[in-house]
Design a protein around this ligand. Sequence first.
Ligand SMILES: Nc1nc2c(ncn2[C@@H]2O[C@H](COP(=O)(O)OP(=O)(O)OP(=O)(O)O)[C@@H](O)[C@H]2O)c(=O)[nH]1
Ligand SMILES: [Mg+2]
Length: 265
Amino acid sequence: MGTPDLNSRDSIILVFGRTGSGKSTFINNVIDPEHEVAPTDPGFDSCTEQVGSYLVPLEHPFYQHVPKSMRSGRLFLVDTPGFDAFQGNASRAFEEVCKMLISVNDKGAQVGGMVYLCRCFPSKVGGEHLADLRVFREICGTAFLQKAVLCVTGSNLCNRKEVIENRLTGLRDKYWASLIEGGAQMKLLENTPDSANEVLITFAQSAFRRDHLPALLEQLKHDHNPQSTIPGKIIRRNWIRQLTGKTLDYMRKLLGLNRMFVKSV
Ligand SMILES: Nc1nc2c(ncn2[C@@H]2O[C@H](COP(=O)(O)OP(=O)(O)OP(=O)(O)O)[C@@H](O)[C@H]2O)c(=O)[nH]1
Ligand SMILES: [Mg+2]
């Protein structure tokens, strides 16, 4: 698993989102709903630990929607680990994504689009969510937003329509507003093949068109070092912030224990 064997007619769509947002589930629903080609997990820990690419089968209805002149290429979906997932390894996951982008570019293939998944019901939209969104924004840049689809997953966890509407409005009008103004589309993604295929077909007209490059790839073309790119720097900064927070927590606990020990002697 890793970078697919691409030729210049092929295209990839990258799937991003925080851990547990449903990236691998989306890919399974498109590629093969009967078999779990991309591993998923309902537990608390992050599941996907490496970037993986999956060929959308050539008999998939997606290709029928691609303009005839571009229909000779193949489409791959790229599953990514959530950049929030493994603290220390977030930079490693990002490096893998960069390596794949460089290889796609070297082979003359296309980055046909990006999907960003977000759960409808995070407890609150906190700092980590915003940091993740910022990384996605920087990966896309401005022009490439036209090839981005923002998806809300997990809406079936609530059966009150007005609550779901309220969450969607919050994302549309506040947190995702600038991305949508820039050209990104927003979709409700259910955990079904029909819904996943509908999202995929959104890309049919543009996935093989040679127009915009993601901002991250533009940066990598000048400097292959992922850590020199803007999203690379943000991921690293977030990791240092998390590590500092954890160290401080640990020291606080240690000091608390020491006080208890002093009191008891
Ligand atoms: N209710 C509900 N559950 C979902 C949905 N999408 C995914 N899930 C469940 O959420 C869990 C996590 O989904 P994954 O597809 O593994 O999430 P991921 O984004 O790939 O997670 P990482 O690999 O850890 O980054 C699985 O148990 C899925 O069955 C959805 O739309 N609705
Ligand atoms: Mg996964």
